[in-house]
Each structure stands twice: as structure tokens, then as C-alpha cells.
Design a protein around this ligand. Structure first.
Ligand code: HEC
Ligand code: HEC
Ligand code: HEC
Ligand code: HEC
Ligand code: HEC
Ligand code: HEC
Ligand code: HEC
Ligand code: HEC
Length: 416
């Protein structure tokens, strides 16, 4: 269906475009990756008539959910439509499922922003940049909608931006949920008759793998580091492959169960049940930007994950015996206190470094525990830096829970 305003938008836009080309401006340079404010200023330069604004200037190139969801109290589905019209084009054939795969359409904005949509701004009204890459009569393409983290393609353009939302995934509820009969889950690797809380001791729960894989594992390769270490590295720390676990980057797994007709709430249209506007917590992070720069780490995923570490920045999932351990031995994921929207509840307790066998925490230092060793060193010399598990925390003083994690003397069998 053609909406009545579309012709007008296209017309205004053509006028803008012609104006721009005669000004020899560069459309190609207008990407969101460039400096935002600079770009907006550049776009507005040709406007000679300066009217003193009565209200503080609003940046219409930077959409915020705060204004629309909190202040204007708009429902998610007043803008986001699911499935989006193009859902069968972005994922082909069997891979396609009813998902939100595109930005909201013009009519979800026009009732309030007619003025901004028809603004005399060059090369195009600022508001277009929230969804479009470069609006021109030849190119009306949009950024890839960010929910399509699993969709790849050389021609697809992603915009790097920080999400205003956190994702709430109640791990504990899903442990109880298993045992339900979901027909197509098996094909996707979900175990229908086992629980997330894998009972088997001799291996990690398979279910966690459905959503969390080892990021860039070393595998059988002899290349163990993420970037080339200096020749004289010795025992010093250098980031290794297989340190991090991934988290889901799309709706693909969630919507196998939470589809529109599965009857399992939340449904796809209930965006707000899974996505919550959050104020990022101000937690100490065990990360050192300078060290990452020295190492020449450019991979955005690695930097993002590393800079979110709040327990142990040096911990490597692929290291030593870690892959053979039960995920739940270190992650409190079966508990209702484990809340993905509240980072501090995701901390890995220091005592889990001891494992069942007392790996890095032993009764006495002679038994070889790394924590015991470092505590001894720190006691002797407060300037000692603990590097076994930490990247930045090791310089600080010892938190109470570290010595407390050392098992006390074993109860004696007979009184002495
Ligand atoms: C007034 C229209 C509008 C409403 C209401 C709205 N959105 Fe959006 N949303 C947008 C637009 C436009 C974008 C793309 C611009 C951007 O990325 O900020 C977007 C982008 C997003 C993104 C990706 C960007 C990010 O910050 O992560 C998420 C997630 C999202 N919306 C979720 C929601 C949820 C959840 C709700 C309801 C609580 C909601 N939206 C309500 C218009 C809206
Ligand atoms: C119910 C009315 C309403 C709807 C619908 C609406 N907006 Fe807004 N929007 C506002 C108000 C009010 C503001 C606050 C600034 C102002 O008064 O213009 C705002 C502000 C903005 C801003 C400035 C930055 C910010 O978020 O504070 C952008 C960009 C924007 N809207 C884009 C959009 C887009 C894109 C859509 C459609 C997807 C949309 N709006 C739908 C009312 C609305
Ligand atoms: C909230 C996101 C959003 C904003 C803001 C936005 N667009 Fe769009 N635009 C879309 C979507 C989604 C489509 C595809 C609609 C469809 O397929 O029916 C589209 C399509 C178009 C088309 C092609 C129309 C057609 O019928 O194929 C043009 C031209 C266009 N937009 C121009 C603009 C201009 C100019 C602006 C700024 C004044 C703008 N858009 C702002 C989301 C947006
Ligand atoms: C069943 C829970 C669930 C529902 C319902 C849901 N999402 Fe998501 N969404 C997720 C998960 C999980 C991810 C991937 C994890 C992440 O990105 O942190 C995701 C990722 C996204 C992303 C990309 C990441 C980001 O924050 O920018 C966008 C955009 C998005 N969803 C938009 C929506 C919109 C719009 C709706 C409603 C039409 C919606 N989602 C409904 C769970 C859900
Ligand atoms: C159905 C998918 C799914 C399964 C299965 C799953 N998780 Fe998660 N997990 C998620 C999502 C979604 C998040 C939140 C991602 C985000 O914050 O955007 C998450 C977050 C986490 C985090 C916190 C990550 C961080 O940023 O610090 C840990 C730890 C975790 N999961 C461990 C586990 C363990 C252990 C299991 C197996 C018992 C498991 N998960 C099973 C989807 C899943
Ligand atoms: C020996 C303890 C241990 C085991 C076993 C373990 N993890 Fe972790 N995991 C950690 C630590 C420590 C962190 C870093 C937490 C932090 O600093 O915020 C972490 C972080 C994570 C993260 C966040 C991303 C990242 O790498 O920083 C996810 C997701 C995760 N683990 C999932 C899993 C899953 C799934 C398993 C089982 C296959 C597993 N973990 C097994 C200790 C462990
Ligand atoms: C194997 C099927 C399955 C998958 C896959 C699945 N869920 Fe669920 N989910 C359920 C069931 C069943 C419930 C109802 C549990 C209950 O009420 O105890 C549920 C409940 C929820 C709830 C609501 C909990 C409440 O408070 O009522 C949220 C939020 C949720 N899931 C998010 C997600 C997200 C996000 C993903 C993807 C990362 C996901 N789910 C993947 C089966 C699944
Ligand atoms: C075997 C691994 C291990 C060793 C060795 C270790 N830590 Fe930790 N440390 C952890 C874990 C896991 C956490 C997260 C748990 C917590 O904060 O309670 C942590 C947390 C911390 C924190 C953050 C506490 C907070 O309030 O957020 C500091 C500071 C710290 N360690 C300092 C040290 C110092 C100093 C040493 C050397 C004496 C040391 N650690 C040795 C594993 C270790």
C-alpha cells in the first residue's frame, strides 16, 4: 500500500538530492560510523538563515527510547512490527522465521514528526539517518536491523552502536521449563528430555552450548594467542584464543519456543518482556585498555567481552581442564538470583576457582594453590601484583573473600 505522504517525502528528497549534487557534496561519506555531530553540522551548513531556537536544540539524528518509551509512554509494537515485511528476504528458505527484521516504518513516526520528516535540511532531513544509510533517489537502503546478528553478507551494512537495552533471560525458569515437548527443538540441538542442570559429572551441560559457544577457539591449532606476543614474553600474560564464551546475537533460538503460535509467553511482539531499558551498572572491571592496545587487539567482540569482565579478566574457558568442568560449578545460573539484567549477580565466586579438587585453592601453600601463593606474596609485599587470574585487580588490596576461600584446617579425627 502506498501511503499518501510517501510521494511528498520522495519529492522533497529529490529536491535535496539535486541541491546536494550541485553543491558537490559527498553522499558516500555520510555514514553513521563517522563523527555524528560533525556529520549533522555538515549536513546543515547550507542553511544560511539562522533562526535562534527557542528550545535547546534536539538532535533528530539520534533516536532515544527514553523519549519515546518512558516520556511518551509508547508501546514497543506501536513502532516495531513483527514479523517485518522483509522477513523472508533477510533469512532465506528454511532459515526464515517470523521475526522483527527491519526498522519501524514511516507511519509510526509521522503523526508526531511530520515537521522533522519534511525539514529543509541538506542533504536529507536529519531524522532519516536513524534508519537509512544514505537516502537518495538511487539509494534508499537501510542499515541492517541490529536483531540480525546471525545474518551475514558482504553487502550488509551494520551500524556500531551501544544498545539502550539489557536482555533478561531467566536461566532458572528455563531449567524448570525443559521436559516440555517442543517438536523442532531437537533438530536445533536442544535437549528435550534433559534439563539445563546437567546431572552428568563428566562433562559440561550440553544445553549451555546451544546459546554459548567458545569464541575463536584455539582448537587443534598451535597458534594459541589472539595476537602475536613479543619474543621475550616468558611467563607474562598475553591474551589467548578461546578465552571468551559467546552470547546469543539474534532471536533465532529464543523464537523456536517463543514463536507467535507456540503459546509460550513472551511472544515475539512482547519486546519489553525480554528487553529492558537499563542504566549500566558502575562496576569495577578487570580490564586494562592500555594493555589491550599494546596487544594490538582490534576485534570488537573480544574488546567488548573483555571490558565486561567483573570477576577474572585473565580466565580462559579453553584453558587447562576448564572445558571438562560443569559450567554450573562456576556460574550460579541455576539460581533465581542470577539475573542477566544485573551484572553484579553474575559474578563468579572466587571459591569456584578451587573446584571440587581444590585446583587453584588448596589447604596450604605447599599444595600448590595459585591463590595461596599469591596471598603469601601479597602479605610479604603489598606491592606484589596478582596476575594469575587478574588483569587489573591484582594491584589492589586483597578482598576479604579471598583468604576466606582457603579451606580451613580439616576437622581432626581424634582430639590431640
Ligand atoms: C517511537 C517508536 C519506537 C518505539 C515506541 C520503540 N522503538 Fe525500538 N527502535 C525504534 C527506532 C527508530 C529504532 C532504530 C534507531 C536506533 O537504533 O536507536 C529502534 C531500535 C530498537 C532496538 C535496537 C537499538 C538498541 O538500542 O538496542 C531495540 C533493541 C529496540 N528498538 C527495542 C524496543 C523495545 C523493547 C521497545 C518497547 C519497550 C521499543 N523498542 C519501542 C523505534 C521505537
Ligand atoms: C507520540 C508522538 C511521537 C511518535 C509517534 C514518535 N515520536 Fe519521536 N519524539 C517525540 C517527542 C515528544 C520527542 C521529544 C523532542 C520533541 O519534542 O521533538 C521526540 C524526539 C525524537 C527524536 C530526538 C531524540 C530523542 O529521541 O529524544 C528523534 C530522533 C525522534 N523523536 C525520532 C522518531 C522516530 C524515528 C519515530 C518513529 C519511528 C518517532 N520519533 C515517533 C514524539 C514522538
Ligand atoms: C524509523 C525508520 C525510518 C526513518 C526515520 C525513515 N525511514 Fe525511510 N524507510 C524506512 C523503512 C522501514 C522503509 C521500507 C518501507 C517498506 O518497505 O514499505 C523505508 C523506505 C523509504 C523509501 C522508499 C520508499 C518506497 O516506497 O520504497 C524512501 C524514499 C525513504 N524511506 C525515504 C526516507 C526519508 C527521505 C526519510 C527522512 C525524511 C526517511 N525515509 C526516514 C524506515 C525509515
Ligand atoms: C523472547 C525474548 C525476546 C523477545 C520477545 C524479543 N527479543 Fe529482541 N533479543 C532477544 C535476545 C536474547 C537477543 C540477543 C541478545 C542480545 O542482543 O543481547 C535480542 C536481540 C535484539 C536486538 C539486537 C540487539 C540490540 O539490543 O540491539 C534487537 C534490535 C532486538 N532484539 C529487537 C527486538 C524487538 C523490536 C522485539 C519486539 C518486536 C524483540 N526484540 C523481541 C530476546 C527477545
Ligand atoms: C536459550 C539460550 C541460553 C541458554 C540455553 C543458556 N543461556 Fe546463558 N545467557 C543467555 C542470554 C540471552 C544471556 C544474556 C545475554 C545478554 O546479556 O545480552 C545469557 C547470559 C549468561 C551469562 C552472563 C554473561 C555475561 O555477560 O556475563 C552466563 C555466565 C551464562 N549465560 C551462563 C549460562 C550457563 C552456565 C548455561 C547452562 C546452564 C546457560 N547460560 C544457558 C542465553 C542462554
Ligand atoms: C572454572 C570456572 C568456569 C567454568 C567451568 C565455566 N566458566 Fe564461564 N566464566 C568463568 C569466569 C571466571 C568468567 C568471567 C566472569 C567475569 O569476569 O565477569 C566467565 C565468563 C563467562 C561468560 C561471559 C563471557 C565471557 O567469556 O566473559 C559466559 C557466557 C560463560 N562464562 C559461559 C560459560 C559456559 C556456557 C560454560 C560451560 C560450557 C562455562 N562458562 C564454564 C568461569 C567459568
Ligand atoms: C526450549 C524452549 C525455550 C527456549 C529456546 C527459550 N525459552 Fe524462554 N521460556 C520457555 C518456557 C517453557 C517458559 C515458561 C517458564 C515458566 O513459566 O516457568 C519461558 C519463559 C521465558 C520468560 C518469562 C519468564 C517469566 O518471568 O514468566 C522469558 C523472559 C524468556 N522465557 C526469555 C527467553 C529468551 C530471551 C530466550 C532466548 C535466549 C528463550 N526464552 C528461549 C521456553 C523456552
Ligand atoms: C584463582 C583465581 C584468583 C586469584 C589467584 C586471585 N583472585 Fe581476585 N578474584 C577472583 C575472582 C573469581 C573474583 C570475583 C569474585 C569476587 O569479586 O568476589 C576476584 C575478585 C577480586 C577483586 C574484586 C573485588 C570487588 O570488590 O569487586 C579484587 C580487588 C581482587 N580479586 C584482588 C586480588 C588480589 C590482590 C589477588 C592476589 C592476592 C587475587 N585477587 C588473586 C579470582 C582470583
Amino acid at each position: 500500500m502506498k501511503l499518501p505522504y510517501e510521494g511528498v517525502v520522495a519529492f522533497t528528497f529529490t529536491a535535496c538530492f539535486l541541491f546536494l549534487t550541485t553543491q558537490s557534496g559527498s553522499i558516500a561519506a555520510r555514514t553513521r560510523t563517522g563523527n555524528e555531530s560533525q556529520r549533522v553540522q555538515r549536513g546543515q551548513r547550507p542553511q544560511k538563515k539562522v533562526v535562534t531556537p527557542k528550545t535547546p536544540r534536539i538532535d533528530y539524528a539520534k533516536f532515544s527510547h527514553q523519549s519515546h518509551v518512558v516520556t511518551q509512554k509508547l508501546a514497543c509494537d506501536s513502532c516495531h512490527k513483527v514479523p517485518s515485511k522483509n522477513f523472508k528476504e533477510v533469512r532465506k528458505g528454511d532459515a526464515a522465521f517470523p521475526d522483527v527484521t527491519d526498522f519501524p516504518e514511516h507511519d509510526s513516526c509521522l503523526s508526531c514528526h511530520r515537521q522533522q520528516f519534511f525539514a529543509r535540511e541538506r542533504p536529507a532531513p536529519a531524522i532519516c539517518a536513524n534508519c537509512h544509510i544514505a537516502v537518495s533517489p538511487q539509494d534508499t537502503s537501510r542499515w541492517l536491523f541490529p536483531s540480525l546478528g546471525d545474518v551475514t553478507g558482504a553487502s550488509l551494512k551494520r551500524r556500531e552502536s551501544v544498545s539502550e537495552f539489557g536482555v533478561g533471560f531467566p536461566h532458572d525458569k528455563h531449567i524448570d521449563a525443559v521436559g516440555f515437548n517442543f517438536p523442532d527443538r531437537k533438530e536445533r540441538g536442544w535437549l528435550s528430555n534433559a534439563s539445563l542442570q546437567e546431572k552428568k559429572k563428566d562433562g559440561p551441560p550440553k544445553n549451555c552450548f546451544v546459546c554459548h559457544e567458545t569464541y575463536q577457539p584455539q582448537g587443534n591449532s598451535s597458534d594459541e594467542y589472539v595476537t602475536k606476543p613479543p619474543k621475550d614474553l616468558g611467563d607474562n600474560f598475553w591474551l589467548k584464543k578461546g578465552t571468551f564464551k559467546t552470547i546469543p546475537n539474534s532471536h533465532t533460538i529464543c523464537f523456536t519456543c517463543h514463536g507467535a503460535d507456540s503459546g509460550i509467553a513472551p511472544e515475539p511482539k512482547d519486546c519489553n518482556v525480554c528487553h529492558k531499558l537499563v542504566v549500566p551498572a558502575q562496576l569495577k572491571i578487570d580490564f586494562d585498555t592500555k594493555l589491550a592496545t599494546t596487544m594490538g587487539i582490534a576485534d570488537a567482540t573480544v574488546l567488548n567481552k573483555w571490558s565486561r569482565r567483573i570477576s577474572a579478566g585473565a580466565f580462559r574457558h579453553e584453558g587447562g581442564e576448564h572445558p571438562d568442568l560443569n559450567c554450573l560449578g562456576c556460574h550460579n545460573a541455576a539460581s533465581s538470583a542470577f539475573n542477566t539484567l544485573d551484572a553484579k549477580t553474575l559474578k563468579v565466586p572466587v571459591k569456584s576457582c578451587g573446584g571440587a579438587e581444590g585446583c587453584h585453592i588448596t589447604a596450604t601453600s605447599d599444595d600448590g594453590g595459585a591463590l595461596n601463593f599469591e596471598l603469601d606474596q601479597k602479605k610479604k609485599d603489598p606491592a606484589f601484583v596478582c596476575t594469575k587470574c587478574h588483569v587489573a585487580f591484582g594491584k589492589e588490596s586483597v578482598p576479604e573473600n579471598h583468604p576466606q576461600a582457603i579451606p580451613g584446617p580439616k576437622p581432626k579425627m581424634s582430639p590431640s
